[in-house]
Write a protein that binds this ligand. Structure first.
Ligand SMILES: *[C@@H]1O[C@H](CO)[C@@H](O)[C@H](O)[C@H]1NC(C)=O
Ligand SMILES: *[C@@H]1O[C@H](CO)[C@@H](O)[C@H](O)[C@H]1NC(C)=O
Length: 406
């Protein structure tokens, strides 16, 4: 039973408050039908179009393009400002940037400031569209980690937005989205397409993660366990998982609200009356291999490629050890902004300082003592406390003229 519980509670990496119905079954079936534009963005009054990008290894990713609600109501109005790509974190997808009100959500705020907003969705999430040959039921469909998300998914999305808009792009990433970015930015040809980047809860090292709950899962080798059990897809919206989740959340021995805090750190500022709404969208699936790669980072304290073991590494990389992503090689010419929180138990301050020491450039920093891991996307005050700083930073870095609304 411990194993089963362990499998399920990983889902709480995102949200869990004491709720008897963690997921809304009705909404779940709707999600499978609709697009992110139709589901969440257009209903708020924002023009939005859907795009599909194919990665080198055959995954079909959904991208949404969003522009200002003040554009006169033309559903297909073309945005005029500089492009910005938003890259979500683990167990999330592009909806993460639109979960609060128009005045509180970064996706809407950037659009209203005249940005040409592009919303990334990695492979395996609800808003990406499968694979050219593989089915989600195939084991091989889930044979990837954040390494592929960085070098294939993010690289392809950046390239697509860059060539579609014919402009260097701004980038905003959260959590795993920053792991992907820092890995991708070690490639000069990717940096060449990026104007500036803002990283929320930046992660390249996880050796000092302080989340007791995650450390327990690492200690019990949940990652190896899952793979040994033949579970390659982590999908907490399957009927089976939903039933177990519901029973766990009902279990008086398991305080779900404390559990959230023990995973992400104490989030000061998100709107508790919106939890049900958040759960209509989160969590999104990821692969067990990705979880294993993240756990390898925690165990070894390194920012390295996936470790296949001695022989596997020799075959894959020609070395016994997996190659590291060299943060020191990220071009000094790339302007970086970073926001981190004192109560974030996933992106630990000590690990963050390590990343900072490695970087050749000197990023602009924002430290918020009371912020936990989720506050950077869900805080009711994120606009004033975080996003206004990012917009100012982008405004000062842009090579193109910005609209007067800056
Ligand atoms: C919190 O969420 C509720 C429910 O969606 C909403 O009515 C309320 O305005 C939100 N409060 C703030 C301060 O954003
Ligand atoms: C965490 O947040 C609390 C208040 O919410 C604050 O008192 C504390 O200093 C914060 N920082 C750390 C590092 O715990």
């Amino acid at each position: 039973m411990e194993t089963l519980v362990a499998v399920v509670v990983v889902a709480f990496l995102l949200f869990t408050i004491n709720h008897s119905h963690c997921f809304n079954h009705h909404r779940r079936s709707q999600l499978q039908r609709n697009s992110l534009c139709a589901e969440l963005i257009q209903p708020s009054g924002y023009p939005c179009t859907e795009h599909t990008v194919e990665t080198k290894d055959g995954y079909l990713l959904g991208l949404q393009r969003v522009s200002s609600s003040h554009g006169g109501g033309d559903k297909n109005a073309k945005p005029t400002g500089p492009p910005v790509l938003l890259q979500h974190g683990l167990f999330m997808a592009g909806d993460a940037w639109f979960l609060n009100s128009n005045e509180q959500s970064l996706g809407f705020i950037l659009a209203d400031h005249g940005f040409d907003v592009w919303v990334g969705n990695v492979r395996g999430t609800h808003w990406s569209h499968g694979h050219t040959t593989l089915s989600v039921r195939d084991k091989d469909f889930w044979d990837w980690s954040w390494q592929e998300l960085a070098l294939y998914d993010l690289a392809e999305m950046i390239n697509f937005v860059y060539s579609t808009t014919n402009s260097k792009i701004f980038f905003v990433g959260h959590s795993q989205g920053t792991i992907m970015a820092l890995a991708a930015f070690t490639q000069p040809e990717i940096v060449d397409m990026v104007e500036a980047a803002a990283l929320l809860c930046p992660i390249s090292y996880l050796g000092h993660i302080s989340s007791q709950f995650v450390l327990r899962l690492v200690g019990m080798h949940l990652d190896q366990m899952l793979i040994a059990m033949g579970i390659h897809q982590l999908n907490f919206r399957s009927d089976f998982s939903v039933r177990i989740m519901d029973s766990i959340c009902d279990d008086e021995h398991m305080d779900c609200s404390n559990l959230l805090t023990s995973i992400t750190g104490k989030n000061c500022c998100f709107n508790r009356s919106r939890i049900d709404f958040y759960f209509e969208y989160e969590p999104h699936p990821t692969s067990s291999k990705n979880l294993k790669h993240l756990f390898q980072m925690i165990r070894k304290g390194k920012f390295a490629m996936y470790d296949y073991g001695l022989l596997g590494n020799l075959k894959q990389y020609g070395h016994i050890q997996p190659p590291t992503f060299d943060v020191t090689s990220i071009s000094e010419s790339l302007p970086l902004w970073m926001g981190y929180g004192g109560n974030d138990s996933l992106a630990d301050v000590e690990d963050f300082k390590h990343t900072l020491d490695d970087l050749k450039s000197t990023p602009e920093l924002l430290y918020l003592d009371s912020y936990g891991h989720l506050d950077f996307i869900l805080s009711m005050k994120a606009n004033e406390e975080v996003y206004s700083n990012i917009i100012k930073f982008f405004g000062s870095r842009g090579s193109r003229g910005m609209s007067t609304s800056f």
